[in-house]
Design a protein around this ligand. Structure first.
Ligand code: F0G
Length: 443
């Protein structure tokens, strides 16, 4: 049986308040599983692994979901409430070109952008939206930089619920906004940033019977844990040395870290990978918390980065993320706008592609490798959180050389130039096409 527990004061309420904050100390809640205590013999690792593998051939919707397939490690939600789009089941790719630029021999990427709404949010949303359905809510809501809202809108629609989206006006990509509209959400663009949207939403859920689907909702974290379980299964339960994730509101890193610790406790894996978290330099409150304040406090900031998914100045789950960072021995990193843009094009050049926020992982890996935290022979997995087509505007601007308004390194840097592929406008003339083909072959 799963129980809720406050991460700060340890209170174990029977149910959560509307804002998912502890009613004693206002900190975050998490699910714990008292039956998994060492020696309790909760699960036989080999039996669980065989069960999960067998479900891959099942015709049942829940077994086909890469989240619900691992339901033994999640709180119980009855099957009749499960809303699934067969999320999860995302590929783990080898990244040979990126491995060379990063200076490591064994680099893979788990592409969470290959989920039904094209971001990692679906793994948490299937579970949390199902809990809303179980609790008979008519309305669900979230504040978002775009991906959460797209995902929530889809799952609410599938579950016959209404959804309310609060997103910053401007500074979110059209790809994501258009998803929310098509999935039928009531979409409000607030004249504020993500952190402002969160503030309004927290007040709203205290007044209206609306179910909060941001990652402070611990059901979201439970669903997102399955990305790490699926990753270990794909690696034959042989953990890599490093896992690298982008950090925004810090729910995803908290979830992946929680899964690693739980799998270790249950002896599904024999050692812990180091989980490192990378932020954009312009949205780096967690990086500064660790580097400047030893993780003792966080100073909210006004965030700014073209990686709009992680344009977050006051991350809700920073204490959870800190705990898994410390427990796994991971590092924090920060990367510049040009480093993000270059890394994104490099991931694209491996035939994979991702959205800007996901590319901080490769940019961060290069720095962790240079500092010697990651060794050349160590196995590394990057978590790519969103699909390339989420933000085509960023991609086109980068290739045209006008992403950063001529900032240093944007066009004159040889490496950047080598990656840029601006479209060529030509006369409809065979000779013109052959001329550019010949020129490309020579270069
Ligand atoms: N990558 C992408 C593509 C994201 O959309 C987000 C967060 C993150 C990384 C960071 O994950 O917040 O769990 O640390 N997007 C949120 C949203 C906040 O509203 O879609 P995190």
């Amino acid at each position: 049986m799963a129980r809720l527990r406050c991460i700060a004061c340890g209170a174990t309420p029977d149910s959560a308040a509307a804002d998912f904050r502890c009613t004693s100390c206002a900190d975050l809640l998490e699910f714990i599983f008292p039956g998994w205590a060492p020696g309790a013999g909760a699960f036989e690792p080999a039996v669980l692994k065989a069960l999960w593998l067998a479900r891959r051939t099942s015709r049942e919707a829940l077994d086909q979901s890469g989240v619900w397939r691992f339901r033994e490690l999640l709180p119980h939600i009855p099957a009749e409430h499960a809303i699934t789009l067969r999320e999860g089941n995302t590929p783990l790719y080898e990244m040979p070109r990126c491995a060379r630029v990063a200076g490591v021999q064994n680099l893979r990427a788990k592409h969470q952008g290959m989920n039904p709404t094209a971001s990692f949010k679906d793994t948490g949303m299937t579970f949390a939206a199902s809990s809303a359905h179980q609790k008979k809510f008519k309305w669900v809501a979230c504040a978002s930089t775009g991906n959460t809202s797209a995902s929530m809108a889809a799952y609410a629609a599938r579950g016959g619920m209404h959804s309310l989206v609060l997103i910053p006006d401007g500074k979110i990509s059209w790809g994501k906004l258009s998803q929310s509209l098509d999935y039928g959400a009531l979409t409000c663009q607030l004249r504020s940033d993500f952190d402002g949207c969160v503030r309004i939403l927290n007040e709203l859920v205290r007044q209206k019977p609306v179910y909060l689907l941001n990652s402070v909702n611990p059901y979201r974290i439970e669903g997102q844990k399955t990305a790490a379980i699926e990753l270990m299964e794909q690696l034959g339960w042989e953990p890599p040395d490093h896992i690298i994730v982008p950090g925004g509101n810090l729910g995803n890193s908290s979830a992946i870290g929680k899964a690693l610790l739980e799998m270790h406790e249950l002896r599904l894996i024999s050692r812990l990978p180091k989980l490192s978290i990378i932020q954009a330099q312009g949205a780096n409150p967690f990086y500064r918390s660790v580097k400047e304040f030893g993780g003792k406090k966080i100073e909210p900031m006004t965030a700014d980065t073209l990686a709009t998914a992680i344009r977050i100045g006051n991350p809700a789950s920073w204490k959870k993320a800190l705990r898994v960072l410390q427990a796994t021995g991971g590092e924090v990193g920060e990367v510049s706008e040009i480093e993000i843009a270059v890394a994104k094009a490099e991931i694209g050049a491996d035939g994979i592609g991702c959205e800007p926020a996901s590319a901080v992982t490769l940019a961060g890996l290069k720095k962790l490798r240079q500092r010697g935290f990651v060794k050349a022979g160590e196995a590394v997995v990057l978590i790519l959180t969103g699909h390339l087509l989420k933000d085509p505007d960023f991609t086109i601007k980068f290739h045209r050389g006008d992403l950063l308004g001529g900032a240093p390194g944007e066009t004159e840097n040889a490496q950047t130039k080598y990656l840029q592929r601006a479209p060529l406008v030509l006369d409809a003339n065979l000779g013109a096409v052959i001329a550019v083909l010949d020129a490309a072959e020579r270069s």
